[in-house]
Ligand binder design. Sequence first.
Ligand code: GSH
Length: 279
Amino acid sequence: MQLLASNKVFGGLHQRYSHQAESTQCEMTFAVYLPPQATAEQPVPLLYWLSGLTCSDENFMQKAGAFKVAAELGMAIVAPDTSPRGEGVADDPEGAYDLGLGAGFYINATQLPWAKHYQMYRYISEELPALLEQHFPVTQQRAIAGHSMGGHGALSIAFKNPERFSSVSAFSPICQPTTCPWGQKAFTAYLGSVQQAWQEHDSSLLIKRLTPEQHLPLLIDQGSDDSFLAEQLKSETLVDAAKQLNYAINFRMQQGYDHSYFFIASFIEDHLRFHYKYF
Ligand SMILES: N[C@@H](CCC(=O)N[C@@H](CS)C(=O)NCC(=O)O)C(=O)O
């Protein structure tokens, strides 16, 4: 693991690392915030933050304004990259923002040319936690959150692995990727046309497989003025599914907010305090 940068912030440390990942067969970069309380003797719980399309490890750390409350609570945060990168990693031939680099969708690709490196589900759900829990002062208390494509990542990974997390939250998540243009484009490329493979990564469907004991505390914030809401995010699909299951999720339609990090910065404190309650 190579330390790329280290900055003191609110008494803790923001650090960027790169490492050779086995799952994605390339060098991966992630950023971690270690609050002042974190020591080898007193490790702290860890929130996974999954970002959206076009993002790297940097967007959340620079724009969300999460450090002050994370430092107060004593909570570490990791922000991984959103796709494999580097020489030899496939990208959309036209450089589209919603496929290839910056658009890994947190799934394991089975189709060429993507399959070799686009193994983001395995990276996020297995390889990165093992690495962090071995090398950083963090406990095995995990929460997961994300934005947009990363909201889809957080929800689908939590629904597939409810025993690994104590809570899950999302901002403006893609709730039904099997029926929206972003999801259909990515799933067709990465998974081919087999619907069964698609359904393995659709939160509005995965939620129906959970037993009541597996209903993690779940908070979702969605901006009412988000230009992607109707066509891409479809939050009503998840809200309706939860209602049918008597899964008491906390869904908040926030009036006048858009899809940006201005929205995330406005409510990130609520999400951090929400997750902290359940560690
Ligand atoms: N570039 C795309 C939208 C991409 C976008 O909104 N990305 C969101 C996540 S889905 C984001 O967080 N962008 C980076 C940022 O705001 O820092 C477009 O113009 O339609």
